[in-house]
Design a protein around this ligand. Structure first.
Ligand code: GDP
Length: 444
């Protein structure tokens, strides 16, 4: 995942303060020096680094922090707030047209991920708003581009308007827009040509399309992996076309993060969406505050919660919470929970989003082992229905029977029951409003 080394370095810089009882001006200066280096190393634009360090520094050595009761928490808060500002403060969605269709023109260099993103965003709207988009294939230079868009359209069951590669792109757009009006499509995405480098012919063509289509949004796709180059590219496109927003792709790679952190500040244009993988579902709305927390290693609780909610059946969750309150959580619930956790994808990804868990050593080795889950299930299935509902019935002779029945040793059965009892205890504490000691420390 992107930002890993930046996150590590920022955490080191800030954790030095945590060890101190009171924070002196000198300590803050030391920390700022380290933050500055960390950002430069992450390939953040120099101008952006200067601005950021200056605003954090001013607030940090000012009364705000030195006089506060808990200076380290205040510093983390200030760094988080300033970083959120650099990233753009608020999430910005598409500019919607008051009457349909909303026209979105996609621009960007070849290979940035423009065509893939055109598929991602139209699918996103189809899923979330029941939208009926039309995609227009207006990249007539790369013959494969039209086919690529058609394939994506077929995969997503979204119509693609194309006229091959021998027609002027403005004409293609004209006819495509006519079709959208006839079919009452609510969104139109125009996939335009890219080049390996910016050139005048390309820009002229894009300007002609823009003048004709009068798009509500001109989204520039840039590849986060290209670092500072992404910023330069964004600047030139913006000067020529006055883009309305940026899409940052390939944030799943090990980009150092410089582009993400510089583009908004340098171009003044919001990052609206991010691409986080090659699959057509790997798209996220860009939330500056969440991204900041993620970069600072404070986790991304909201994304985590959203992800969990998608997998989680609300009624079942409420039922479960009720059982925890009544302390009637039993082995049947345990199995249900195991199944839900398995459905949420690699646990390692989820855990990384939890505050403080980002740099826990050994996290990489942490995975839910399907075999282990299967073993736990086998043990539970060897219990009688009565035992499943009444975990406290499990005396040694019952445990021996269960071990034999499930093909496990008594030691394994005991271990699994112990785990079950521990999680039951922890859940009870949490529902009573007491964080278990470990978690409380992690939250800072
Ligand atoms: P275009 O030339 O700008 O239209 O770029 P494409 O859409 O053809 O994408 C170029 C390559 O980047 C393809 O191999 C895509 O699968 C890949 N790609 C696009 N977006 C992402 C992303 O968010 N993450 C990753 N890892 N790969 C991506």
């Amino acid at each position: 995942m992107a930002f890993e080394s930046l996150t590590d370095r920022l955490q080191v810089a800030m954790s030095k303060l945590k060890k101190k009882g009171t924070v002196k001006e000198e300590d803050v200066k030391d920390m700022m020096r380290e933050i500055r280096l960390a950002l430069l190393e992450a390939d953040v634009n120099l101008q952006v680094v200067r601005g950021f360090v200056k605003s954090v520094g001013e607030r940090a050595v000012g009364v705000e922090i030195l006089e506060s009761l808990n200076p380290t928490q205040q510093i983390v808060k200030v760094v988080d707030e300033e970083l959120t500002k650099v990233l753009g403060s608020e999430a910005v969605g598409l500019n919607k047209s008051p009457k349909i269709p909303t026209i979105v023109m996609m621009v960007g260099l070849q290979g940035a991920g423009k065509t893939t993103f055109t598929g991602k965003i139209s699918n996103f709207l189809k899923q979330n708003e029941k939208a009926r988009p039309l995609l227009i294939a207006a990249d007539v230079y790369r013959p494969a581009a039209v086919d690529q868009l058609k394939v994506i359209g077929q995969q997503l069951d979204i119509p693609v308007f194309e006229m091959g590669t021998d027609v002027d792109p403005v004409e293609i757009v004209r006819q495509g827009l006519e079709q959208a009006k006839e079919n009452k499509n609510d969104y139109v995405f125009i996939d335009t040509a890219g080049r390996l480098h910016i050139d005048e012919t390309l820009m002229d063509e894009l300007k002609r399309i823009k003048d004709f289509a009068q798009p509500n949004d001109i989204l520039l796709t840039v590849d986060a992996m290209t670092g500072q180059d992404a910023v330069t590219v964004a600047q030139s496109f913006d000067e020529q076309l006055d883009v309305t927003g940026v899409v940052l792709t390939k944030l799943d790679g090990d980009t150092r993060g410089g582009a993400a952190l510089s583009i908004r500040a340098i171009t003044g244009k919001p990052i609206k969406f991010i691409g986080t993988g090659e699959k057509l579902t790997d798209i996220e709305v860009f939330h500056p505050d969440r991204m900041s927390s993620r970069i600072l290693g404070m986790g991304d609780m909201l994304t985590l919660i959203e992800k969990a909610q998608k997998e989680y059946d609300e009624e079942k969750a409420e039922e479960l919470a009720q059982k925890m309150r009544e302390n009637s959580f039993d082995f049947n619930d345990f199995i249900e929970q195991l199944d839900q956790v398995m459905g949420m994808g690699p646990l390692e990804d989820l855990i990384k989003m939890i505050p403080g868990m980002n740099n826990v050593p050994g996290l990489d080795q942490l995975q839910v082992d399907p075999k282990d889950v299967a073993r736990k299930k086998a043990i539970v299935f060897s219990m009688t229905p009565e035992e499943r509902e009444n975990p406290d019935l499990l005396n040694p002779s019952r445990r021996r029977r269960i071990a034999a029945g499930s093909g496990n040793s008594v030691v394994e059965v005991n271990r699994m029951i112990k785990q079950f009892n521990e999680s039951r205890k922890m859940m009870q504490q949490m529902t009573k409003g007491n964080m278990p000691a470990g978690l409380e420390n992690m939250m800072g």
